[in-house]
Design a protein around this ligand. Structure first.
Ligand SMILES: C[S@@+](CC[C@H](N)C(=O)[O-])C[C@H]1O[C@@H](n2cnc3c(N)ncnc32)[C@H](O)[C@@H]1O
Length: 247
């Protein structure tokens, strides 16, 4: 069956809020990586962060997602530039990663660990890290107390694991990692880098598929609600990059 949802998302350069500058900042905090680190990028999408990592270091990245069209786009984009690192894409699920234990120096997950759940992801992926390996995951996080009921209810229904930084740091410790840093994605990472591009894409997409009810629903239901709630409540939540090292 034709998937209108993925048809929309595959046209975007990223499939969630983000910012290459923050990917770079988080990466530069990892002081003891080997010269040619092996990196696993989980839920890479079309790979904006994969490319940002491969631009920075002579690394060897395995980029995993469940959609071939996104992995193909990543491969096409990787071929357009001269990167320091190499990228190998793999269609596999984060729930059943097909790797031996202790293979990677670093696991990277931007805007994707929520699919598995933050705690479960940290626990299950740990075995793929070499001793002392690093994990960086961006996770939706509350930034303020006094959260209005409308947005509290929305996120509690969409992702019950949403929490404050303090809660996430305690989960990191509980799962056997040392928290090294956290970085909060600024508004530009949501608005300019993501929602503005979605708006532009929406027009092209509706021109092509607007006559199909199912296609219209993809953009007019959840997507528009999420964007309008962000406009109203952007002070209250963001993605936060959590940088940690296996103990
Ligand atoms: C919100 S997007 C983030 C993509 C990318 N990291 C970014 O920030 O642009 C989540 C990604 O997880 C992928 N995904 C969904 N379920 C997955 C699974 N079971 N295993 C691996 N990836 C999955 C989706 O295809 C999508 O590309």
């Amino acid at each position: 069956m034709f998937d209108y949802f993925i048809e929309f998302y595959k046209r975007l350069d990223r499939q969630g809020p983000g910012d290459d500058k923050y990917t770079e900042m988080a990466f530069r905090l990892l002081e003891n990586l080997p010269p040619n680190p092996r990196i696993l990028d989980v839920g890479c999408g079309s790979g904006s962060q994969t490319l940002a990592l491969a631009r920075m270091a002579p690394c060897e990245i395995t980029a995993v997602d469940v959609y071939d069209c996104l992995l193909n786009k990543l491969n096409e984009n990787a071929q357009k530039e001269t990167l320091k690192g190499t990228i190998n894409t793999l269609n596999a699920s984060m729930f059943e990663l097909p790797f031996e234990a202790a293979q990677f120096d670093l696991i990277w997950s931007e805007g994707s660990i929520y699919i598995m759940g933050f705690e479960k992801g940290l626990k299950e992926w740990k075995r793929f890290l070499k001793p002392g390996g690093y994990l960086v995951a961006s996770e939706i996080t509350w930034l303020r107390k006094d959260i209005p009921a409308e947005i509290l209810d929305f996120w509690n229904a969409a992702y019950p694991e949403i929490g404050y930084v303090s809660k996430k740091l305690s989960v990191i410790e509980k799962c056997g990692y040392r928290p090294l840093a956290f970085l909060t994605l600024p508004e530009s990472g949501w608005q300019q880098n993501y929602y503005d591009l979605m708006e532009t894409q929406k027009q092209h997409y509706l021109n092509q598929y607007g006559h199909v009810e199912e296609a219209r629903q993809v953009v007019e239901s959840e997507m528009e609600l999420e964007m309008s709630l962000y406009q109203k409540y952007k002070d209250f939540y963001s993605y936060v990059f959590y940088v940690m090292q296996m103990v």
